[in-house]
Design a protein around this ligand. Sequence first.
Ligand code: HEC
Length: 103
Amino acid sequence: MKHSLIIVFGIGSLVSNFAFANAADLAKAKNCMACHSIDHKVVGPAFKDVAAKHTGEKEAENKLAQKVMKGGGGVWGGMAMPPNTNVTEAEAHTLVKWVLSLK
Ligand code: HEC
C-alpha cells in the first residue's frame, strides 16, 4: 500500500514536469526563442511581460494564438511579429497557454 501511493505521486509529478518541458521545447523547436526570451526583450517582448499584460483579458488565449499563427504588430511598439506558418492551431494554443502561465 505504502509503495503504490509513492508510485502514484511519482508518476503525477513526472507528468506535470513533462508537460511543462514540452511547451518550452516546442517554443524552441518552432523558433519562437529566436525572437523571444522568457524574462527579457529580444526582438519581441519577454514572455513574462506578455503574460503580465494579458492577464485577466477576455479571449487572451484565442487572440494570441491567432496572432502567433498570422503575425501582427502594434501592441509592443517597434517591429511586428511575422506569421509563424510552421505552427498548427493546437500548437499555437499550447504555446500561448504556456506563455500566459509565466509570471
Ligand atoms: C521574427 C521574430 C519573431 C518570431 C520568430 C516570433 N515572434 Fe512573437 N513577437 C515578435 C514581435 C516583434 C512581437 C511584438 C508584436 C507587437 O508589438 O504587437 C511579438 C509578440 C508576441 C506575442 C504577444 C502578442 C501581443 O499582442 O501581446 C506572443 C504571445 C508571441 N509573440 C508568441 C510567439 C510564439 C509562440 C512564437 C513561436 C511560434 C513567436 N512569437 C515567434 C517577434 C517574433
